[in-house]
Design a protein around this ligand. Sequence first.
Ligand code: 5RP
Length: 262
Amino acid sequence: MRQISAVNRAKFIAARQAAYYVRDNMLVGLGTGSTAEFLVRLLGRRIREERLHFRAVATSVRTAELGGDVGIDIIDLDHVAGLDLCIDGTDEFDGDYNLIKGAGGALLREKIVANASRRFIVIADDSKKVDRLGSMPLPIEVTCYGWQTTASMIEEMLRDIGQKSRGFQLRFLRQSPYLTDEGNFILDFSLVHINDADTLDTRLNEIPGVIDNGLFTGYASEVVVGHRDGKISVHDCHTGLVKEEMIDMRRMVQEFCAVIDP
Ligand code: 5RP
């Protein structure tokens, strides 16, 4: 059997499950990141093999490019009144299905698209589950203008609400500061454990210069988790019910090779 890393296997089965949420004539939001990339390729295969027809809004330039390459009809968010569903990855999710997103640098468009969708389906491998948000740095998108002043204001606010912080880093891509698709900077704040995600989210977004942050509280409708042992669990975030099934690994590897690595 071909070797696929355990984490990619888990991401792939989550994406594969969620790809079947898309039905003919839907308007769909497509996330960003490696799990979302699996999803986009799987949807491309459904278009080719099943003649599935749907239109999609991409949450980043790179997802739009990949979507176009695999035959998805990518449209502008402003050309539709809302979306049936949005499917996107995450960096962390906690027991209340609150998320940290943005390691891939697309948090702003991701939040706008998720907010415009009736259902927000999160796809994740099992390493993304945390007891408390904050194991990874919280990405905060800020204007380039005055970013150091904005960072100081964020630090002052963190002290004010009693949120521990180990400092921040301006995100870089190679030798230059990373620029989002909207032309902004990202500050990655190491917060250890986030005490109160709702308060932090509100207080951050009140600071002039902060465009948005990677906390997605109360957004998720379902979280589809791929496990490294081949189990898939679908969490209904409203009822708390969890459905589980095992995936046939041999078939999954064949599909992976056909779709991702032909
Ligand atoms: C991009 C994101 C991604 O959804 C998140 O980083 C997960 O990425 P991956 O699927 O590669 O683990 O928020 O801004």
